[in-house]
Ligand binder design. Structure first.
Ligand SMILES: Cc1cc2nc3c(=O)[nH]c(=O)nc-3n(C[C@H](O)[C@H](O)[C@H](O)COP(=O)(O)OP(=O)(O)OC[C@H]3O[C@@H](n4cnc5c(N)ncnc54)[C@H](O)[C@@H]3O)c2cc1C
Ligand SMILES: *[C@@H]1O[C@H](CO)[C@@H](O)[C@H](O)[C@H]1NC(C)=O
Length: 357
């Protein structure tokens, strides 16, 4: 065990995946402290992870950022394949995914091998498409019951000796200071910023939120597959079964910079109506949805996409940023954790050797 403490701000899917990965890969094993305002079990509009569907849908985007996020998603997919078998209680289940788009962006029509990392990928024939759809595909993907999954990550983190403090930090200085004040914790040289959307004083002007409203239903639980439709008006209709008796998510909106934190009744009506039209087989015998609750969340979006980067904020003090995952935080979580691991791990062993001398 090193006497240096690494602080992670945030206990969403990114903070917890990263913390666990650091525990399991750095030698000597670091002292870890998570500081988070919200943790598994809490519900807040400013805590994105529990509201997330969450399914994995590859996106054929060939911009440098698009390719970067695709590589993070591929690492996560590969990791979850084994993880779901090793830890069936983690709430990850592999199942068929089907998507159909009514006005597909050009990238979908010229795929250029971009789905090679996902199993059983197949572009659907015209005769297989629903009325109105121009493009469709099927593949094997996974769905995650996110509240279950992050509770699982937290349990493993605590069992490995990790600490968590529930506290809001006003700025990064706070994070460097708080850990040193605890018994048995060493100096802090590294803070990992997994704060999602809105951490404290230094605001990244590129960050914004994308509101998502969905509806949790008990119909078709567990539904046999996850399905996505892009409608001709640009809206999305999706069905995401949540493994381990989590019901089924019917979604969903993507409303940039919309701060409304309550569900809109009209949105719910339209979501359920479109889903009923697209997937009538999921309705109950009387043709209805059995609604459990409305869900409203804020995706931590960022112009230019997710930021994963190391920054020396003062002499001997490094912040490793990992925020702004937008609508894909779960899908890229393992890839982000591995990358943060590489950034934090540079010179880790040597540094603590030096500290001992
Ligand atoms: C409706 C909806 C559907 C979605 N569907 C999907 C999907 O299908 N697939 C997918 O991959 N993703 C999906 N997402 C996106 C996903 O939820 C996010 O990308 C992901 O949860 C981001 O995780 P995070 O750990 O970065 O942030 P969060 O989960 O928001 O966690 C942030 C953490 O930082 C803490 N924090 C922030 N500021 C401070 C501070 N000042 N002091 C102390 N702690 C602080 C918070 O308390 C919290 O613990 C969806 C999101 C929504 C809303
Ligand atoms: C930490 O991340 C948030 C986004 O959640 C960002 O606004 C903030 O600037 C980052 N903190 C620092 C000190 O860079």
């Amino acid at each position: 065990m090193s006497n240096e403490t690494i602080v992670i701000i945030g206990a969403g899917v990114l903070g917890l995946s990263t913390a666990l990965h650091l525990q399991e890969t750095l030698t000597p094993r670091p002292n870890l402290l998570i500081i988070a305002q919200y943790a598994p079990g809490d519900e807040s509009i400013d805590y994105a992870t529990p509201w997330s569907g969450a399914h994995y849908r590859p996106i054929p985007d060939s911009s440098p950022q698009g390719l970067f996020e695709a590589s993070l998603a591929e690492k996560t997919y590969a990791h979850f394949k084994t993880y779901a078998l090793t830890y069936p209680e983690a709430g990850i289940r592999f199942m068929p995914g089907v998507e159909m788009l009514e006005s597909p962006p050009a990238a979908y029509l010229n795929l250029d091998g971009r789905y090679s990392a996902i199993d059983d990928f197949r572009v659907l024939g015209k005769e297989e498409l629903a009325a109105g759809a121009e493009w469709g595909a099927s593949y094997t993907t996974y769905c995650v019951n996110t509240p279950v999954y992050i509770a699982h990550l937290l349990r493993r983190y605590l069992l490995n000796g990790g600490l968590i403090v529930k506290k809001r930090v006003a700025g990064i200085e706070d994070a460097f200071a708080v850990a040193g004040a605890r018994d048995g914790s060493g100096p802090v040289r590294t803070v990992v910023n997994c704060s999602g959307t809105a951490m404290g004083l230094v605001k990244d002007p590129k960050c914004f939120v994308t509101r998502g409203q969905t509806c949790l239903v008990t119909n078709a639980a567990p539904a046999p597959s996850t399905q996505t439709r892009q409608n001709s008006d640009g809206t999305w209709t999706f069905v995401i079964p949540r493994p381990l008796h989590g019901g089924t998510i019917i979604g969903g909106t993507k409303e940039e910079r919309d701060m409304e934190d309550r569900p809109r009744a009209e949105t719910r009506r339209v979501l359920l109506e479109k889903a009923a039209k697209a997937f009538p087989e999921l309705l109950d015998a009387t043709g209805r949805w059995e609604v459990v609750r409305d869900i409203v969340g804020r995706r931590p979006s960022r112009e230019g996409g997710m930021r994963v980067e190391s920054e020396e904020v003062a002499r001997g003090r490094t912040v490793v940023h990992a925020y702004g995952a937008g609508g894909r935080g779960v899908e890229i979580s393992r890839g982000v954790a591995e990358l943060v691991g590489e950034l934090v791990g540079k010179g880790w062993g040597k540094k603590s050797e030096r500290a001992k001398l």
